[in-house]
Write a protein that binds this ligand. Sequence first.
Ligand code: NAD
Length: 470
Amino acid sequence: MSDSVIHAEVLVLGGGPGGYSAAFRAADLGKKVVLVERYPVLGGVCLNVGCIPSKALLHIAQLIHELEEFKHHGINATLDLDIDKIRTWKQSVSKGLNDGLAKLVKQRKITLIQGVGQFTGSNAIEVTESTGKQTVTFDNAIIAAGSHPTKIPGFPHDDPRLMDSTDALELKSIPEKLLIVGGGIIGLEMATVYHALGAEISVVELMDQIIPGCDKDLITPLFRRIKKQYQNIWLETRVKSIEALAEGLKVSFEGKDAPESEIFDQVLVAVGRRPNGKLINAEAAGVTVNEQGFIPVDKQQRTNVAHIFAIGDIVGNPMLAHKAEHEGKVAAEVIAGHKVAFEALTIPSVAYTDPEIAWMGLTENQAKEQGIAYEKGAFPWAASGRSLSNGRNEGITKILCDPDTGRILGAGMTGNNAGELIAEAVLALEMGADAHDIGLTIHAHPTLSETFAFAAEMVTGTITDLYIKK
Ligand code: NAD
């Protein structure tokens, strides 16, 4: 097929949550938009091989765990897992959302091109499609080309028993013994899934804590629980090598408590993600890409080239879909002439483990490192009627406030639905609420959301659900 040329007022490269949000907002603001996506479906890593399929599987894991735990409380169900059906269900969740996005593209009259885009100049990109090549010229571009899983050199990556997160989500089989390299969010979420589906789990983490960076008191309830469930959690341990043998993957370790080596049926490597900045020929457009592959941008998401913007994983951490979506809208609005910038006060983090961990704003680790004074209120879920009714007593909700003004600086929660509950804390921070505002807001009883008000009451000294000695 011969090359053809089309023109876009706004070209968006990448159809993940950041890219499609940018494209939709630009179209809604009256721009002629071309969206380029390499895969046949929109939604990127998040919708196809990340957040959404993992949450579908985590929901199944939660059902399994709850059934098992309520065996002690009168529910005598027998579990009979059909992995094929579980896989099909998981795929159907993503498919429904893919179809929804395709509809939204049509409704907004966006031109969608499936192919791999590479810049050829400061106002042009070439898209290699299955049927040929197409050039798109543009007035403005938004780069939303995402990231890919980090590979550790020397590991036998061609062996199908060595998985990345995409492979693990395919759920081809449930290994008897699974090693997870990396005790970060992906590693621990997939550990939750595979443990529920019957695998024996070992986790190896380089640092002295799982989910390094997260405050220790938030991690403790999760760590205590998985320490009992999993075969091993090796901290401060490095994987030296992985050797592919007929009987399994032989993994050699270097660290505190780990054995010299052990054989596993499968190994999942989840040691972070790398930005795709070096894969799009950005230099042809004059766009700066740093050593690591990130594209530096200003608060309006503008790269060093004034009419080219970048958003999402490719501009920096945290690599989170909700950050990318927000940045995508900012970029589209700036292009449409709005006087806006990325001014969010915080980006919440959630680990959808069991229990979930969520935090936002200032952490205690950061406050200590930066010498920021704070007052802390923490409410244990062992005193929450709702949590106990759910059969769980191990959660915590904490709030950090400015000691002078009482204003919320940060918050964290560990327990069922912490990922949902953190939204209230984010809103409180954005609205400049103080501990009294939160404590005096009537929360429905009995709910897990009450624990946020109780934590605030621990700061104001008005708590009645616990006794605090004066
Ligand atoms: P991560 O950076 O969160 O965790 C990787 C972990 O691996 C870290 O704890 C790190 O110390 C450890 N590690 C690094 N090298 C190691 C080695 N050689 N041996 C043992 N441990 C090693 O990365 P991830 O979990 O792969 O996630 C990637 C990205 O995707 C992150 O930005 C994450 O925020 C994002 N993500 C978010 C969610 C969510 O929001 N729920 C879910 C999945 C992924």
